[in-house]
Design a protein around this ligand. Sequence first.
Ligand code: F6P
Length: 322
Amino acid sequence: MCAKKIAVLTSGGDAPGMNAAVRAVVRTAISFGMEVYGVKRGYNGLLNGDVERMYLRSVSNIIQHGGTALFTARSPEFNTPEGVERAAAHCREMGIDGVVVIGGDGSFRGARDLTNAGIPCIGVPGTIDNDISSSEYTIGYDTAMNTAMDMIDRIRDTTESHDRCSVVEVMGRRCGDIALNTGIATGAIAVLVPEVQFDFEKDLLDRIRYAQKTGKRHFIVVVAEGVGHTQEICDRIQKETGIESRVTILGHVQRGGSPTLRDRVVASQMGYHAVELLRDGKSNRVVVMKGERIVDYDITEALEMPRIFDERLYQIAHDLSR
Ligand code: F6P
């Protein structure tokens, strides 16, 4: 059945570009003749009826802002069979017959459960981590990488002035994509990611020592959050090489800020596609990027896809950082 009255929510960690996706959902729905509602604070808003009608002007002046105008949350209460049933019952009471969920894998599991409870859902990948296996790209990833790159460039200035080593931790709990890309872009001597086992002597100390012999005097090491032990890594570098070393944990600065052009455009494409699916009576689909094209997969199948780490890019990072 084609959806006529749809809702949109953002869930999990926020990501720059989520607002562009919300805007696209709202404006596409209106241009397809649907009624559209904004749900506040992720699935929590569906549980407690925090839902409001959205109009063309409701999403004015948000495309350039980071964060999410709908607010977001991780909702343990929704993640129970009773929670899902209550959210579905609220949707039925309000006459909502389609929901666009912008978030990560956890949010998609919720979308699948809500679909199974009778409310057709479509997922849109929004997370800075780029850790959604089914999609080559997630909304927020480009902005986060550019923010991290800019911050590391600044760290590099002071690292160079002091002949130091800076160990910079970037976000990415299960996924080293931000670390790998920013490591290449900032000329890091080493990049540590959760996907690849590393040998402290060979992959870190030997590289630093070799570069020192060729005249290099300052070093950047980029560590993905998921690797952990960033302070210990830094202390050990200082102890074993004698190079004064400092840790910087970039943290949530990477989650904020004005989205890049790429994030705004991809978010707009994905939001549009999501509403087209609901208009065409589809449900339990996730909108993804595949070879620069926007396509969609069954959510349940998408959640089971294995993540593919870019080994070649890792090799390039390795070979160039000398
Ligand atoms: O959104 C993904 C992410 O930023 C991860 O990189 C990070 O581990 C996590 O969220 C942090 O979550 P929170 O903001 O809840 O501390």
